[in-house]
Design a protein around this ligand. Structure first.
Ligand SMILES: Cc1c2[nH]c(c1CCC(=O)O)Cc1[nH]c(c(CCC(=O)O)c1C)Cc1[nH]c(c(CCC(=O)O)c1C)Cc1[nH]c(c(C)c1CCC(=O)O)C2
Length: 341
């Protein structure tokens, strides 16, 4: 199926674009009343995520309502541990928890390397439906968590500011940590390949907790596994977004990926120098969307000027915050489209 709007894919591949493509991390869900209505109908986040028709519906909402240049499949990074045999729960207004966590070699041995078609079939079915309903309007982004970020949740069992329980394993039982990281990596590779097979046009790896590691630990416990994933995926372009990993930008340039995501702590010009060979994505502070329409326009223009209009995908520097006014998001998207043409 030929895409009517392939700006995102052309930008990802480093090809010329007439204007900068724009989408937003965590655009599916959270900010739209239309999302909340479907979520209420589903009853819970997990029910919504595991019901392909409903997951497909909320995936397409931002394309219709916010006019994004891409859809991102509605799911979560935590579906991978679940598929490996470690189920999660989503606690209202608090976030995810894992009732059982990984502590020993035996715990790791009990995990399986997931088979995407059987263990994550509901995500793949949602992708099938989205591709059919989008009918080539915009590309579909698939995703997974980076092995280190998934490791954090599997060992810690819940969100944390420091993830000290997970980091403890890196220092005290590095062999065990590597064993678990490899098992997550193997599961993630087959999952991402399945997403591409079902029609995902680009795949993004979220290393949301990269920023809690020292550069040395990042090179030991995260980068090699991201590199394995990048080397294994050659079906579609790949984006690596490592939140807080400003210290690893030169390493990112060496990855076998097409796009590197930046957060707002990373200087744009400096990042261009460190990662000269790739398309960059980002990096507006999500809090800019709390300011006036005029200031959102001003900040967006400033960002566009620093990145330029080629080898660039406009986005926020992290996911949109839940209490953001959708009209402010539209203002951001409009500004990118108008001032980058
Ligand atoms: C760390 C992480 C998670 N999940 C994700 C990450 C990496 C990206 C990042 O750093 O923000 C990724 C994710 N989670 C969700 C998506 C959907 C696609 C999208 O819109 O980008 C994506 C890409 C849906 C979701 N995942 C979650 C919700 C909210 C649940 C609800 O509707 O009640 C949604 C829409 C829940 C979730 N899931 C997770 C947490 C910590 C929470 C609770 C707090 C929060 O909302 O962010 C784990």
């Amino acid at each position: 199926m030929k895409l009517q709007n392939d700006l995102l894919l052309r930008a990802a591949k480093g090809e010329h674009v007439e204007r900068v493509p724009v989408w937003m991390m965590r655009q599916a869900g959270r900010i739209l009343p239309e999302y909340r209505a479907v979520r209420a109908q589903a009853g819970s986040f997990i029910k919504l995520a595991t019901t392909p028709e409903l997951a497909a519906e909320v995936t397409i909402q931002p394309v219709d309502i916010l006019k994004t240049d891409a859809a991102i499949i509605f799911s979560d990074i935590l579906v991978v541990p679940e598929a490996m045999g470690l189920p999660y729960e989503m606690i209202e207004a608090k976030g995810p928890i894992f009732p059982k966590v990984i502590q020993s070699k035996k715990d790791i041995d009990l995990l399986k390397i997931s088979d995407p078609e059987t263990d994550l079939g509901y995500v793949l079915s949602a992708i099938d439906i989205v591709k059919k309903e989008l009918n080539g309007r915009v590309p579909l982004i698939g995703f997974a968590g980076a092995p280190f970020t998934i490791f954090c949740y599997m060992v810690e069992g819940k969100g944390s500011k420091t993830f000290s329980a997970a980091k403890k394993m890196l220092y005290s039982q590095p062999k065990l940590a590597h064993l678990l990281l490899q098992k997550i990596t193997d599961s993630t590779i087959s999952y991402l390949k399945a997403q591409a097979r079902h029609g995902a046009d680009l795949l993004q790896i979220f290393d949301s907790w990269a920023g809690i590691l020292s550069p040395e630990q990042y090179r030991k416990f995260s980068l090699p596994y991201i590199a394995q994933i990048c080397n294994a995926i050659n079906e579609v372009p790949v984006t690596v977004f490592a939140k807080g990993a400003f210290f690893a930008r030169k390493d990112m340039a060496k990855l076998n990926c097409n796009v590197v995501g930046l957060d707002w702590n990373m200087d744009i010009k400096e990042s261009r120098k460190m990662i000269p060979n790739k398309t960059l994505q980002g990096n507006l502070d999500p809090c800019v969307l709390y300011s006036s329409f005029k200031d959102i326009e001003k900040e967006t223009k400033k960002m566009l000027k620093a990145f330029g209009t080629q080898h660039y995908i406009a986005n926020l520097g992290h996911g949109v915050y839940p209490d953001t006014d959708p009209e402010k998001v539209k203002c951001f998207f409009e500004a990118v489209k108008t001032y980058s043409a």
